[in-house]
Design a protein around this ligand. Structure first.
Ligand code: FAD
Length: 474
């Protein structure tokens, strides 16, 4: 519905008049939001709603918030979305992020090498892309998640709540939720931020709908962390202090510093023609360092050295996504999907979580807009319209990411027939695709969305009450 921005401005300027959050929320006639899942999408949405004074509860199935110790990086669009949601999110990220040595992302040939001199760490530069000042910094996932949790009042979070069923009945004033422990809850809107194996997704489209199953991209990744002193001693400063993508046929590896520069994060991808063997939605399998060493045996000394530094016991992550079976829409009635639940992508753009943060921004702004009219118009109708607008705002862009990320995975492993090892073509495609993601104007997305919602609401029967109820902001 929305055309691409004609000018790609990226101000990240704040649009919403913020009312800074308090520990309790006692707004009368307000929208009540249920967020299913407390990953990066659910938590950033929660913080965004909190600072717009919209009432919410997070229902998380785990006993405690947990993320991997592994690293994550955020692209410039994601950082702008963090700022627009609540500047404290961005501040929190910067607090735990590690500054790259310089502002370029380097793609190097990790495969070709001269002879077998194990001390020859030279890798030919294939392409480098400017990240902008302090662009694409990485951090430990668990550090960032903890920062987000610290921003949210504990009484807005319910742990050990595994969503099983929802009922969005046409004559019901609220959506009903039922959890595995037998408890129930209700809300005006239910947002599934429950990840790639979302429970809400099959509840929206039916268990037999193709989208209820994510698909294997036929790549898996060894993930590990190497103490920086060990990595630096073996690889030198240049290879350890910034973001590097080591390319090769059928496999590639990404390295970047995390944890205050005390650790080097390694994600080593390998193409796997076989079906993923683990069952029951298990994407992680135990692996050993020797498997990683074998998978990269044909690569140059630098990549082989990286693999040799990994811990003896590793995890192997199957890379699943929603490429084969996309959902037809992100919204249905008063239910909707955000983040990986809606559009899980392979991680080759390093932009999946960032795209979830853009979703959070869109939802926080739309629901704040609905909240401002609560008491004037029926919440139920407004929420339905807001979610329809959310789908229009987010669907095309996030589905494009899923497709582009798959394609990039092929390019980085020289499997794409158009690019192969051609550095010029690869460089052009990389630049074009990365900038499509990074230059996205989140302010314009919000402006367009709020306008579209205004138009849709103007067409609803007006108004329910002759006098607007007083809203007590606290
Ligand atoms: C190897 C790899 C590297 C990546 N690197 C990057 C990167 O550098 N940058 C980037 O932007 N993205 C990256 N990504 C993508 C990123 O990890 C995901 O997009 C992001 O973590 C998704 O967050 P989410 O909150 O949507 O889902 P999740 O993180 O999956 O969170 C879902 C939450 O919902 C809970 N839940 C599930 N079911 C229920 C239920 N029924 N009831 C209640 N709660 C439930 C879960 O316990 C969990 O807490 C990478 C992905 C991989 C695999």
């Amino acid at each position: 519905m929305f055309s691409k921005p004609s000018t790609r401005v990226s101000s990240g300027a704040l649009r919403t008049p913020y009312r800074y959050p308090t520990k309790t929320m006692t707004v009368r006639n307000s929208v009540e939001v249920a967020i299913i899942g407390g990953g990066i999408t659910g938590l950033t949405l929660a913080v965004g709603l909190l600072c717009r004074n919209v009432k919410f509860t997070i229902y998380e199935r785990a006993q405690a918030f947990r993320e991997l110790g592994a690293g994550i990086g955020f692209t410039p669009n994601a950082e702008r979305a963090m700022k627009a949601l609540d500047p404290r999110i961005h501040y929190s990220f910067r607090k735990v992020a590690v500054r790259n040595n310089d502002d370029w992302f380097r793609y190097v040939d990790g495969f070709h090498h001269n002879g077998n001199d194990p001390s020859d760490m030279l890798e030919m530069l294939m392409y480098k892309i400017y990240l902008g000042e302090r662009g694409f910094e990485g951090c430990r996932r668990s550090d960032f998640l903890q920062q987000l949790v610290n921003l949210i009042p504990t009484d807005c979070i319910k742990m050990e709540k595994n969503l099983e069923e929802v009922q969005d009945v046409s004559d019901g004033s609220k959506v009903l939720m039922r959890f595995e422990d037998g408890s129930t809850a209700e809300a005006d809107v239910v947002i599934g931020c429950d990840g790639i194996n979302s429970r809400l997704r099959p509840l929206m489209f039916g268990q037999s709908h193709a989208s209820s199953q994510p698909s294997y991209s036929h790549k898996f990744a060894f993930r590990g962390i190497i103490p920086m002193d060990k990595a630096r001693a073996a690889l030198g400063d240049e290879k350890t202090s910034t973001r590097l993508m080591h390319l090769g046929p059928g496999a590639h590896a990404l390295t970047f510093p995390i944890a205050g520069g005390t650790m080097m994060n390694v994600v080593a991808f390998v193409t796997d023609p076989s079906p993923w063997a683990e069952k029951d939605g298990k994407f992680v399998a135990a692996a050993t360092k020797n498997e990683a060493i074998d998978a990269f045996a044909g690569f140059g000394p630098a990549v082989r050295t990286i693999m040799s530094l990994l811990p003896d016991k590793l995890d192997k992550w199957a890379i699943f996504d929603m490429y084969d079976n996309p959902v037809p829409t992100y919204a249905s009635g008063r239910l909707c999907l955000a983040g990986d639940a809606a559009h899980a992508s392979t991680p080759h753009h390093g932009a999946g979580a960032g795209c979830g943060i853009e979703d959070s921004l869109a939802l926080a702004e739309l629901l704040a807009s609905v909240n401002q009219r609560a008491g004037v118009m029926p919440i139920r109708n407004m929420v339905t319209k807001a979610l329809a607008v959310y789908n229009e705002m987010r669907y095309d862009r996030s589905q494009w990411l899923v497709r582009s990320s798959r394609m990039l995975g092929e390019m980085l492993e020289w499997q794409d027939p158009q690019t192969r090892e051609d550095t010029q073509v690869l460089g052009h495609e990389l630049w074009r695709r990365c900038h499509e993601i990074w230059d996205f104007d989140v302010d314009e997305m919000v402006r367009n969305g709020i306008d579209a919602l205004g138009w849709k609401l103007a067409k609803l029967p007006q108004p329910l009450f002759t006098e607007a109820d007083q809203i007590d902001w606290i």
